[in-house]
Design a protein around this ligand. Structure first.
Ligand SMILES: *Cc1c(COP(=O)(O)O)cnc(C)c1O
Length: 356
């Protein structure tokens, strides 16, 4: 056998695996926008009974399964829109990149943003053009429109609201970006449930507009289920490259259960949005730090020393995300997932102790 150094792509050899942080014992996980809420015991029992009955002997058949119709009804996905499911929206980001990967095609993102856009462009050997947001993490529309005109991206990813900043760009500006784009525009609404606005009602209305959503941030990160809504003209091509059995019966069964209990899901979302505002107000009172307005289930905060802040949270048995080093605009920033009311009191307590 030749040496692996000769066989494996040099660019992949040079990459680092996506860092999934280990959770120290007894530590509260506030680094990945997971929901703090489990189904109550009676619902867990009921879900368990359904999972026992799930037809795991059989391959899933999405075309004949009633999951997508149920999904469309529950989340009011327009009739005009067609839907593809992914093993997390991560898989859909990968498939969308594959869909347009050809010589001279370019991917564009507005940085700082979700790292998987850039990563997938690299995996498919595509140039990734990044346009920077403003220093206050707001959209620089002029610069973005200029970059679109100059680079003519085949695919533009726009997280609405954005991760890791929580910012939701103005709708009118995003509409201008969509109008100016020569290629596909993916409006990534991973945090759509926590946002004041959505492009989901427009899904299917024009070929270039695709709306990406996920079950991950509303309580089901472990199910690995994302969905992309768009026009049939685009979705029919995507269907050719989706692995035939990318969904599994256990995920489909559990996700149907979640849809049937969407009231419970939405109650949690409402509580987390309220908690976000309470925590935001508490952090705004601390003069030494800067908390950015967020329409997601996390807050991004600039502190005097992100590394020390991260360590202090660990001391208090909370794992947060250090953003410092990811992008110049994120200098000394950390990102904290909104938790239960009592968790948020602890979060504010640590920051007050450090900086007030
Ligand atoms: C979390 C996140 C995703 C990934 O979601 P999965 O469905 O868990 O793969 C996609 N986009 C953004 C912007 C995210 O923050």
């Amino acid at each position: 056998m030749n040496t692996l150094t000769d066989i494996i792509r040099p660019d992949i050899q040079a990459m680092q695996a996506y860092p999934v942080a280990a959770l120290p014992q007894g530590c509260l996980k506030l680094d990945a926008m997971e929901s703090p809420y489990d189904f109550p015991p009676a619902m867990q029992q009921e879900l368990g009974a359904r999972l026992v009955q799930a037809p795991i002997r059989l391959y899933p058949n999405i075309a004949t399964d009633d999951f997508i119709p149920q999904l469309k009804t529950t989340f009011a996905i327009p009739d005009a829109a067609h839907v593809v499911l992914g093993n997390g929206s991560d898989e859909l980001i990968q498939l969308l990149t594959m869909l347009v990967a050809q010589p001279n095609a370019t991917i564009m993102g507005i940085e700082p943003t979700f790292v998987m856009y850039r990563h997938n462009a690299a995996l498919y050997g595509m140039p990734y053009v990044s346009v920077d947001a403003n220093a206050d993490l707001s959209l620089n529309l002029e610069r973005t429109l200029q970059a679109i005109a100059e680079h003519q991206p085949a695919l533009l990813f726009l997280a609405y609201p954005n991760n890791p900043t929580g910012t939701r760009y103005p709708r009118e500006a995003v509409e201008q970006i969509i109008a100016a784009a020569p290629g596909l525009v993916v409006i990534d609404e991973a945090y759509g449930a926590f946002s004041a606005d959505s492009f989901l009602p427009q899904a299917g209305s024009q070929d270039k507009l695709l709306v990406l959503r996920t079950f991950s941030k509303i309580g089901f990160a472990g199910l690995r289920l994302g969905y992309l809504s768009g026009s049939l003209n685009v979705i029919e091509h995507l269907r050719k490259i989706v692995p035939p059995y990318n969904m599994n019966q256990l995920t489909l069964t559990a996700a149907k259960y979640a849809l049937q209990h969407n009231d419970w899901v939405q109650e949690n979302v409402t509580r987390l949005k309220m908690e976000r505002e309470i925590l935001f107000a508490a952090l705004e009172d601390i003069e030494a730090i800067k908390v950015f307005p967020s329409e997601a289930n996390f807050l991004t905060v600039r502190v005097p020393d992100a590394a020390a802040c991260f360590e202090a949270f660990l001391q208090h048995k909370m794992l947060i995300k250090k953003l410092h080093g990811m992008h110049p605009l994120l200098a000394q920033c950390v990102r904290i997932t909104i938790g239960r009311p009592e968790d948020n009191v602890r979060i504010a307590g640590v920051l007050r102790q450090l900086y007030a």
